[in-house]
Design a protein around this ligand. Structure first.
Ligand SMILES: Cc1ncc(COP(=O)(O)O)c(C=O)c1O
Length: 401
């Protein structure tokens, strides 16, 4: 009976992460745009999985409830009322401080945070310049055009990020090639860049763009869904990143482990207008404390934990790279995503199944080039790193031949 449950769980798991036979070679981008599956734990194994797939811990509903209970027992969670007060106010205060902005507000989604930031910063201007590979341009269902009457102009196609010269060229192009002038209001930067496997936009590039925008009176919005990762890997504080932008959005669920939610930070004259806009769009939620209390818990101490994640991952990666036939390489200006390749003598599916079944370690699928995106996160801190290394050594031996 137990065995049968185990097999079903396993099948379910590999189907969800895309390692079923049919989908081993699906591109990683489809995985990234897929909803986070409610994964079940492998039976009879350490409760907390070490996952090499997500930015965060991928908590199950049961773990989520237990964590909230633990948080509540330490200090009773105060509920908010339509976003006012309680845990939601606490997290708004926390984000205001860490970004150095006048105000911060909770929104139900990052998509709404991005869109409202653009709309409000732009005023009556119609044009917004956005990275071609950004969530705003590619993944927000043309909300800017269809809901907010803003025209998005993509920039930097084929590059991980654009620089100030690209920006000047794009502005010059529209200024000289369009007969009926309409205003450009806002420039958007995404950092780290999800579609470039978490590449950080170098701070010097941001500074140059910011100086140019200030001189020319353009506003700037940062899609910093995962800005803490950029900060941890580039040693640039959130305060510094935020200082170059008028508004900053940060996700509460990517690595802060809430089940959803977003923060938008900026000057009072913008942020004070956001609550009304959320209401108009039907996004005012009665209570959000289950998200904000959770994210606040994981926000506390995040810098220290990520510096430990980075230290530990360096040791793990350098040990794993000693295994014949396995190669984990970092990316230029990368954050928590690495490229893992295996010799043809090592069967990825066998390895992934072994790691999952025996050690509750999760590994993603290969993309069309045979590269597995090896993603590090705080789950590395839940196990002795030597155990993780040994599990891999065993798994590779098992998967050979
Ligand atoms: C870079 C980036 N920006 C914005 C979002 C949107 O966040 P949400 O799912 O909360 O709308 C995402 C989500 O995947 C993202 O990766």
């Amino acid at each position: 009976m137990k065995k049968a449950i185990g097999i079903n769980n396993r099948r379910d798991f590999f189907k969800k992460i895309g390692l079923s036979t049919a989908s081993v070679l699906l591109p990683i981008t489809s995985l990234n745009s897929m909803p986070l599956p409610a994964l079940s734990r492998a039976p009879n194994q350490p409760n907390t999985p070490v996952n090499f797939i997500y930015d965060g811990l991928a908590l199950t509903p049961q773990e989520y409830l237990e964590k909230l209970d633990q948080i509540n027992k330490k200090q009773p969670i105060e509920p908010d009322f339509y976003g006012n007060g309680g845990a939601t106010k606490l997290i708004e205060d926390a984000f205001r401080k860490i970004t150095g902005k006048e105000k911060a507000i909770y929104l139900p989604t990052g998509t709404m945070a991005n869109q409202l930031a653009i709309k409000l910063l732009n005023g009556n201007n119609t044009k917004v310049i956005v990275p071609e590979n950004s969530h705003v341009f590619r993944d927000e269902a043309d909300a800017a055009q269809s809901v907010h009457s803003k025209r998005l102009i993509p920039i930097g196609k084929g590059k991980p990020y654009f620089d100030v010269e690209d920006l000047k060229n794009t502005i010059n192009y529209t200024n000289t090639n369009e007969v009926f002038k309409s205003g450009l209001g806002t420039i958007v930067i995404e950092n780290p860049v999800r579609r470039a496997d978490g590449t950080v936009v170098p701070i010097e590039k941001i500074k140059e763009i910011s100086n140019y925008c200030k001189e020319n009176n353009y506003k700037m919005h940062l899609d910093g869904a995962r800005i803490h990762l950029a900060s941890a890997f580039s040693n640039t504080s959130l305060l510094e990143y935020a200082s170059y932008f008028d508004t900053v959005y940060i996700s509460l669920y990517k690595y802060l482990n809430a089940s959803g939610g977003a923060m938008l930070c900026g000057d009072a004259d913008i942020i004070d207008k956001v609550a009304h806009q959320i209401k108009i769009l039907g996004g005012t939620v009665y209570q959000s404390w289950s998200n904000t209390a959770m994210a606040l818990y994981y926000l506390n101490g995040i810098e220290d934990r990520w510096s430990q994640v980075i230290q530990r991952s360096k040791t793990i990666i350098s040990e794993l790279n000693k295994i014949e036939g396995l190669r984990i390489s970092s990316l230029k200006n990368g954050t928590n995503i690495y490229d893992l390749t295996l010799d043809t003598a090592i069967n990825l599916k066998k390895l992934a199944i072994f790691l999952y079944d025996t050690y509750n370690i999760w590994l993603g699928r290969a993309n069309e080039k045979g590269v597995v995106k090896f993603v590090i996160n705080e789950s590395l801190l839940t196990r002795d790193y030597k155990d993780i290394i040994n599990a891999w050594i065993e798994g590779i031996e098992y998967a050979r031949g």
